[in-house]
Design a protein around this ligand. Sequence first.
Ligand code: AMP
Length: 217
Amino acid sequence: MPRIVFLGPPGAGKGTQAVGAARELGVPHLSTGDLLRAAVQDGSALGREAEAHMRAGHLVPDDLVVRMVAERIGRADCDGGYLLDGFPRTLAQAEILEGIAPTDRVVSFEIPEALLKDRLTGRRQCPKCRTVYNVSTKPPKVSGICDLDGEALAQRSDDRAEAVRTRLEVYRTETEPLLALYKRRGILVPLDAVGSPEEVTGRIRRLLAEMPTHRRR
Ligand code: AMP
């Protein structure tokens, strides 16, 4: 069963696409951003340590994130594979992940940086049903209100302009070098991430259909 990583800059659509792709593959979707936001919400020790880093748009220290991911991957529901979204984000994380379990394929979301800023700063989410909107490209029928359940939409604290600038910078310096690493290992699969969510979903479906579901070492 597949062990897949979705890699790409913030705002590239990884999270949105990962939900459907994981369902199609029949594996759990592990989003480190979601796991960390849940920890912050719970007020756990991990959440308290992570919160300030996240709000500023910086990475949470490797040791914290790695421990969280190792614990999650160790659970029985990941025995048949998983789809990682937002991890690894540093070379150190990538090396540790390989030590835990070798990755089969890394799907690289390719999109010009110019498109990302507006996607991120315009993003709004329903806190109840988690539906994601965008004030310019996918606005709700009534400004600021979820179409589905009437909840007031919220903006992630790290989607404000200042934190977005930092996140894009951090992506360039810390995460982009992973592309060369995975390319060298022969497991990088480029994905054109420009277009509507439906168009990108179609491309991912075609990529997934061509992927090996088993791997022998
Ligand atoms: P995301 O939802 O993937 O954009 O992640 C939101 C924030 O969570 C990031 O800006 C980081 O502060 C933190 N985060 C998520 N994944 C990682 C990771 N693999 N390493 C370090 N920090 C992370």
